[in-house]
Design a protein. Structure first.
Length: 56
């Protein structure tokens, strides 16, 4: 897999004193990538070059 788009230090800040298993970060990264890919496809299908909140 390519570099993660999730910033691990920010994730750790968000979860506070909770531990983050390595598999969680990888799965989160994959789900975010899929979400963004779907948003890009929707924007293109609507003739736009800008992804917007409504594409989620």
């Amino acid at each position: 897999m390519s570099d993660s788009i999730i910033v691990f230090t920010k994730l750790k800040e968000m979860v506070g004193d909770m531990n983050v298993a390595g598999g969680f970060q990888n799965e989160l990264d994959q789900q975010v990538r899929e979400l963004v890919d779907k948003a890009v496809k929707r924007a293109r299908a609507n003739g736009r070059k800008t992804i917007m909140a409504k594409d989620l």
